[in-house]
Design a protein around this ligand. Structure first.
Ligand SMILES: Cc1cc2nc3c(=O)[nH]c(=O)nc-3n(C[C@H](O)[C@H](O)[C@H](O)COP(=O)(O)O)c2cc1C
Length: 372
């Protein structure tokens, strides 16, 4: 009943709160012999860390990751090799400001977890949201960096595709652009539109929602199972576990409800190499809960940050009607920093299913050849 662990064979437990001394994760079940460097893990944490532009929270955290266990260092002083024992990773919190939260110690921010937390536990670390703070997601990003190493040839990338009502033009999608702007936006022409819009939102002390798209390539065919271990089911669960996520789609997602069977069918032809060729990918790379070998595509919708400067009606822990205005440092659009988190959760889901597939089938590579 701990509810702080996910995954079956690639099993991740996270720990820590927003205003505690540190947070981290323990990855149990990581296969022995994976090699990585601290810099590789850090690169993903750097994408998520706060304070990198005026469009995200100004909390200053370096988010430097330390690996405490489960690895053997090499002579080059850089490379770490997993030993098959639990890999524990830790990130210190260095820029807590508890006084910002004094006013909401007993007042419930509408749209945040304050009320439900009190109802459930009767005790709440109100400083920065405690365990319900997205500080915890730094640990998931560290676990995700390791997960990427589990599946040979796997690439998981994500991009922000919508802020408020402003969507990218998908015809201009260019992966090379996502590191050239503060939004992980793949469409350079949308960047100035988002900048102007978010500046207005930010200066008004308001917030806005967003949509993130995750694309995993190099996912072998055959991962997942037809019912209670559907790959799409587990990806959706992990994406939905991210703070502020209110909707998840796989492939066409809700768009599938608007089209006909002819339009939705991913037609197939036999390729010269003995492998099938899919003529489209409406399914998002998963059919019957099992990966097809095409890119796995998932999108998730993030709600607007609930901590805003405009007064909202609420109640306090003593049962009084109050008005709440949230000061402190907040992301005006949490969808931006959710991009690397979404990548991490999809990487963890795929790594877990990859190991489960090997465990069940006994094969080292997923998927039968058609002639078998
Ligand atoms: C990267 C990231 C940063 C976030 N930062 C804030 C924040 O600064 N202020 C805030 O009120 N909520 C923030 N949130 C959202 C809250 O953590 C979330 O809304 C809250 O835990 C309630 O959970 P729910 O929205 O899933 O119901 C953030 C979420 C993410 C993914």
């Amino acid at each position: 009943m701990s509810h702080n662990t996910f995954g079956h064979l690639f099993r991740v437990t996270t720990w820590g709160e927003s205003h505690g001394p540190a947070l981290g994760c323990v990855v149990d079940g990581c296969p022995p012999g994976l090699t990585f460097t601290l810099a590789e893990i850090q690169a993903f944490l750097d994408k998520r860390k706060p304070g990198q532009s005026r469009f995200v929270t100004q909390r200053r955290e370096e988010d430097l990751v330390r690996v405490l266990s489960g690895v053997m260092p090499s002579e080059d002083g850089q490379t770490l090799t997993t030993t098959g024992t639990p890999v524990s990773m830790m990130i210190e919190n260095t820029d807590q400001r508890s006084k910002d939260y004094g006013e909401i110690a007993r007042r419930y921010r509408p749209g945040h977890a304050d009320y439900t937390y009190d109802v459930k536990y009767g005790i709440r670390d109100y400083r920065g949201g405690g365990r319900s703070s997205a500080r915890e997601t730094a640990a998931r990003v560290a676990a995700g960096a390791l997960a990427r190493k589990v599946v040979p040839g796997l690439t998981v990338r994500a991009a922000l595709v919508q802020i408020g009502k402003h969507k990218i033009d998908r015809a201009r999608w260019d992966w090379a652009e996502i590191d050239n702007n503060p939004f992980f936006c793949p469409d350079p022409e949308t960047v100035p539109v988002w900048e102007d819009y978010l500046d207005t939102i930010r200066k008004a002390g308001s917030s806005v929602g967003a949509v993130v798209e995750v694309v995993a390539e190099g996912v072998p065919a055959g991962l997942g199972a037809p019912i209670y271990a559907k790959l799409d089911q587990d990806i959706a669960a992990l994406l939905m576990s991210i703070n502020a996520v209110k909707g998840v789609e796989i492939g066409n997602g809700f768009g599938a409800a608007e089209i006909t069977g002819e339009e939705n069918a991913d037609e197939m032809r036999m390729g010269n190499d003995g492998q099938p060729i899919f003529l489209s990918n409406h399914a998002g790379g998963i059919l019957g809960g099992i990966s097809t070998g095409q890119p796995v595509i998932a999108r998730f919708a993030i709600k607007p940050t609930s901590s805003i400067l405009t007064e909202r009606r609420s109640i306090d822990a003593d049962g009084n009607n109050v008005d709440v205005r949230t000061k402190g440092r907040h992301d005006p659009c949490v969808g931006i920093r959710a991009v690397p988190i979404g990548e991490a959760m999809v990487a963890c889901a795929i790594a877990d299913h990859y190991l489960r597939d090997r465990g069940q089938t006994g094969r080292l590579s997923a998927g039968h050849a058609l002639q078998d």
